[in-house]
Design a protein around this ligand. Structure first.
Ligand code: GLN
Length: 232
C-alpha cells in the first residue's frame, strides 16, 4: 500500500440494489460514516463486507430478480448462517418465515408471520412517531407497509404502532415495517451497525485476531464492550 493511501478501515455494508429504495439506505449509512456498495450480481458478493441491507420496494419483483440473478441462494445461506442483515418493508417480507396473505415465502429466516399491504389502500401510506426499544421516539414512514402479525418466542419486539408489531430483531436479523431511510433520523441504521454488525464483528474476531477495520465505526469502544460482553 502506498504511503498516502488511506487503508480500508471502515465497516462496509452491501445494499441489495435490484429494485426499490437502495440509494436512500446508502445515503443514511454513509451519513453515519459507513462504507457501502450495491449488490446487483453474484460477483458483488465476492468482496469482504460486514452487513447486508434489504431495502423496501416490491417484494415479488425483488424475489424474482434475486432468483434470476443467482443471488437468492448465496444470500439466503449467508443470512441463515448469522450474517448481519437489516430488512425494511419489502425486505421484511423477504425475511419472514410466513406470509399470512401470500402463499409465497422468500428467505424465510426470521420466525415471524407478516401480512403484506396490511394497511389497505386508503391508509396505504402514513407518518407517525413511536418508541423504538433502546432508542426512544423516532419518525416512522409507512408505505403500503407489511405488519408483523405474530412473532416466535426468540424474536425480540422493538416497536409497535397501535398495538401492532412494526420492528423486530431475531439474532442477526433486524426487520421493520417502515422506512427509516426516508427520514434524516439515522438512529435505526446506527442501531443496526452498533448492535448487530459490530457485535457480529466482535464475535467473529473474539480470539484476539480482529483487525482495526472491524473496530473503526464511530468508536472502537463499542466493539471492545461487545467483546467483553461476549466473553463474560
Ligand atoms: N407492498 C410492498 C410489498 O408487498 C412493500 C412496500 C414497501 O416496501 N414500501 O412488497
Amino acid at each position: 500500500m502506498s504511503e498516502n493511501k488511506t487503508p480500508n478501515t471502515r465497516v462496509k455494508i452491501g445494499v441489495l440494489a435490484v429494485q426499490g429504495a437502495f440509494a436512500e439506505h446508502r445515503k443514511s449509512l454513509e451519513d453515519l460514516g459507513v462504507e457501502t456498495f450495491e449488490i446487483r450480481q453474484r460477483r458483488d458478493l465476492e468482496q469482504d463486507f460486514d452487513g447486508l441491507i434489504l431495502p423496501g420496494g416490491e417484494s415479488t419483483v425483488q424475489g424474482k430478480l434475486l432468483h434470476d440473478l443467482g443471488l437468492f441462494e448465496p444470500l439466503r445461506e449467508r443470512i441463515e448462517s448469522g450474517f448481519p442483515t437489516f430488512g425494511t418493508c419489502a425486505g421484511l417480507i423477504l425475511l419472514a418465515e410466513e406470509l399470512s396473505n401470500d402463499s409465497h415465502t422468500y428467505f424465510a429466516t426470521t420466525p415471524v408471520t407478516v401480512e403484506r399491504n396490511a394497511y389497505g389502500r386508503q391508509l396505504g401510506s402514513f407518518y407517525t412517531e413511536e418508541n423504538f426499544e433502546g432508542i426512544g421516539k423516532i419518525p416512522m414512514t409507512f408505505i403500503r407497509a407489511p405488519l408483523i402479525k405474530d412473532a416466535g418466542k426468540e424474536v425480540q419486539i422493538l416497536a409497535k404502532v397501535n398495538e401492532q408489531i412494526v420492528a423486530v430483531q431475531y439474532k442477526n436479523q433486524l426487520a421493520i415495517s417502515f422506512h427509516p431511510e426516508l427520514n434524516s433520523d439515522l438512529s435505526v441504521h446506527k442501531y443496526f451497525v452498533e448492535n448487530i454488525v459490530q457485535v457480529h464483528a466482535a464475535k467473529t474476531y473474539k480470539k484476539g485476531d480482529y483487525t482495526p477495520k472491524h473496530s473503526s465505526f464511530l468508536r472502537q469502544s463499542s466493539v471492545l464492550a461487545a467483546q467483553a460482553k461476549l466473553s463474560a
